[in-house]
Design a protein around this ligand. Sequence first.
Ligand code: SF4
Ligand code: SF4
Length: 382
Amino acid sequence: MQTQISKEILRTPMGKRANEIVRTCVHCGFCLATCPTYQLLGDELDSPRGRIYLIKSSLEDNKFSTDSIKHLDRCLTCQSCETTCPSGVEYGKLVDIGREFIESKRPLWQQLYRYSVRKFLTTPVLFNSVGFLFKHSNIKGRSIKPKNVIGKVLLLGGCVQPTLAPNINHSIKNILSKIGYETIETPQKECCGAIDQHLSDTKEAISKIKYNIDQWLEVGADVIISSASGCGVMVKDYSSMFQKLDPYRQKAQKVASMTVDIAQFLADKDLTQLCLDKKNISYHEPCTLQHGQKLGGLVESILGGLGYDLGVVVDSHICCGSAGTYSIFQPKISKQLKVNKLSHLKASKPEMIVTSNIGCLMHLQKGNNIPVKHWVELLDGK
Ligand code: SF4
Ligand code: SF4
């Protein structure tokens, strides 16, 4: 795509990067077929190609209309379009730049609302004062300590997961103990920075990231494990938050190279000694795992190998509508995507739905009578 972005914007790292990305789009439109918002709304401006065009025009004219903001806000940042795109357009990066650019152009009430949600979710003392009311599950069973330690791992505990579903980290620690790993869990205040980044406060995200990098490297673990795919995709991309000469870039690369999703960590381990909770299940693969981390099919192959009967899920590449804070800011579209997703997940009449991300778990459980859990809980017999 040809661009004529102003010299003033091109001089900024953000403008330069956006220009490079927009130019890789060849306008073919293949991405439209796999975009959830285009499927639902049928408007080109609610498609990846339409949004790329909106960002390009806005950077060229140095202004964003209220209508353009609406179409960008409707994007789930699910990255399904990136999986489909034959030209490798880094749409997720581009939309982050577009959003940062528009943040100061939003009406004041929107800025305040977004600020409040961001602070509430990322400040443990605020979140915990209300979060317990939405608790999904309690810790089940006792904690197991490793007998013969063969390695030490750092588990990213998450910012909302310990309050809403503490059994997930409890199960992971038990599983890791059984296969010989000592686990250090990060404290709740060490949020990965994704919420700040997606709500366009890059400065705050970078401040959190720097703090995390210093703390995490200090632990001296062999591996960093993420169990929320939304956090994992962010941490694996930490280095892109720093310029080439920034001393944190190298440290960020180290953290990213040490980070794996729990499925990657368990994929080559002997899991036969685990106490399995065998059920007829449906698996919801989060966008952050399949499109963000490019780990599509991994959890299904682990569960299938352990003898689980997994139902086929139609349109498994389409987002469930959770998408970080999307369900708060775009409730109507989010709800419709959830209804569609649940009908596909329930088609095989499962006893349980399992997933890999706390956001999807909470979203799919609300108003649904089939239990939704993190898949690792099955491996701890819960
Ligand atoms: S990230 Fe998802 S919702 Fe946004 S344009 Fe791409 S496919 Fe559509
Ligand atoms: S598939 Fe890729 S190259 Fe084609 S329109 Fe979409 S983003 Fe552009």
